[in-house]
Design a protein around this ligand. Sequence first.
Ligand SMILES: Nc1ncnc2c1ncn2[C@@H]1O[C@H](COP(=O)(O)OP(=O)(O)OP(=O)(O)O)[C@@H](O)[C@H]1O
Length: 355
Amino acid sequence: MSNLSLDHVVKRYGDLTVVKDVSLGIKEGEFVSLLGPSGCGKTTILRMVAGLIEPSGGAIRIASTDVTRLPPNKRNIGLVFQSYALFPHMTVFENVAFGLRRKGESGTTLDGRVNEALAMVRLPGYGERYPRQLSGGQQQRVAMARAIAPRPSVLLFDEPLSNLDAKLRDEMQIELKRLQRELGITTLFVTHDQGEALSLSDRVCVMNDGIIQQFAAPEDVYRRPATAFVASFIGKPNRLKATVRGGRLTLGEGLDLRTDSALGADGSATDVFIRQEAINLTPTGADDANRIPGTIALRSFSGPQVQYVIRIAGGHELVVEAASSGTASHLEHGQPVTLEVRPQDVLVLGESVRS
Ligand SMILES: Nc1ncnc2c1ncn2[C@@H]1O[C@H](COP(=O)(O)OP(=O)(O)OP(=O)(O)O)[C@@H](O)[C@H]1O
């Protein structure tokens, strides 16, 4: 087990800077995801940690040792990629034994380590099979066994579940989390899937355009986004234009909103984010909540949820998600409703970057 740190890491390709002064500290045994849209620099960071790409600046440390200039095989890292990258002509046993043999292991120690790794990924007894005789999920488990068998200090995953179908992906997420907890290996996990990042990680590092937008626990990233980018990237929030007037937030036509967020200067225009699922259509009478009158403009049923488009004053529309098993599941087009939103769920965010 080791901690992993990136210190002012930069990567340039010609005039293009794709990783811009990234500093990140991952604790021993911690599971951290790099989450962001395509092209934001996640994979580049992972590959620099692995030693497959050289940084243009900054330092990478594992267990306080500077590994920035070390070749990949000297870093004691386990890697799992999106494509399983198993050797097709080798048995499962030989695939898992590969890294161990390179470390000089042989005989009963080698057999023991391979079998232990296969048991951990729940594939005991599969050693004699070839990759082509396994399903996609099983192949990815073998790739994980191969990565953990040499007992690396750090595990790196690059979108390891994205080739699997949705149901298998959910199962493998749970498996992966269980495995990481059992082994306690420091883990860096690259994904563009927010659900995956939030459910697997101790902390999530949200990135955009080569810059860290927020590095925090999943609940904080969700409930207290640090920037407008994080607020709009995580979940499906409503984004409304509002104005600050007399120290209050107004949507126009006398519609003021109470918020726990800090407000800018009087007269300034600002974006307000309200999550679809943070709006209550069955007011419970909480004293401090905002109450907004509206009319149902559209209802759409999607199984566990019902989505409503609701028209409110000032020409605004809000999308509201309600549980289809709840009391607000059968509201009809044209029906008047009251929307209830707690001040802590009215998020006012500028474009500034905080971490
Ligand atoms: N060898 C290269 N030469 C020039 N530009 C590159 C090179 N490799 C990556 N890039 C650019 O660097 C940026 C970051 O790429 P990176 O693969 O790290 O993104 P990502 O966040 O992992 O995206 P994805 O989820 O699509 O893999 C992209 O704009 C990409 O085009």
